[in-house]
Design a protein around this ligand. Sequence first.
Ligand code: NAD
Length: 283
Amino acid sequence: MNTLQITVVGAGVMGKGIAYSCAVSGHKVYLNDKNEEVLAKSKSDIEELLNSSFEKGFLQKDVYENAKENLKFETDLTVAAKDADLVIEAVLEKMDLKISIFQQLDKICKPEAILATNTSTMSPTEIGAQTSRPDKVVAMHFFNPVHKMKLVEVIRGLETSDETVQVAKDVSTSLNKQAVEVNEFPGFVTSRMNCLIGNEAMNLLMEGVASAEDIDKAMKLGLNHPMGPLELADLVGLDTRLRNMEYLYQTLGEKYRPCPLLIKYVKAGRLGKKSGSGFYDYN
Ligand code: NAD
């Protein structure tokens, strides 16, 4: 596929990973965040990952140098998005926030630009309906850590065109990932399954059935999961996981009721790996 100008909005856990993957695949990338400190931290994290991947021989010299040249960091959304062919939004899992960003992007971007959301659970139809280009709005759900995970779920909203779905799949392939196409429904395929497994692991922990270590060990050795559900929730971020659960609870009902232990941890500021503690201690 041709080199695209890709803008990633939100430079948190996912945004920096998506920006890295796009840059090492030869695309030109703007990473945007409204928070200067977050953007500076993401810049240094991406540079560290580029350097270590190059030193370990995972990146060729030309790819490494191109990626460094192709990546720009920008707090002003207009500067970051005005020439974009594709925007991938990766801000917090809050519908109002996502809609407000898509409305801004709709005004800023070229009419032919495709606007994608990296939402884990929410409706690209609802987001697209608030723009003048619902046919060009799609969800591209990446996985954490983005540079290692091979899947992108491409979620088709009600008005998403075949052409937009095809571009989302082609971009995923260009990032050395495989796409699966999913018709919109809350939580798609992966979040719906994963949130339920994670929530049940939290319920087991809360009920004192087993320790966090043993729950994770049981799932890894007994059910062949590569990571335990509690380790995975810590990696995702417990605030993000709670928002996912709340949305699934609202839309799909009782079986997605967030575990009270998850709510308690988020209230305490234990957000998982990114805050230094969650179900495990990272300090
Ligand atoms: P995060 O909290 O790490 O990052 C969100 C970023 O958005 C923050 O840096 C924040 O400053 C920025 N932001 C907020 N408002 C903004 C605005 N108006 N303009 C620009 N930036 C803004 O969150 P995350 O874990 O990266 O999740 C982002 C999205 O990706 C969510 O929709 C989430 O559900 C989804 N997702 C997360 C994971 C995961 O494992 N964490 C996996 C797949 C998908």
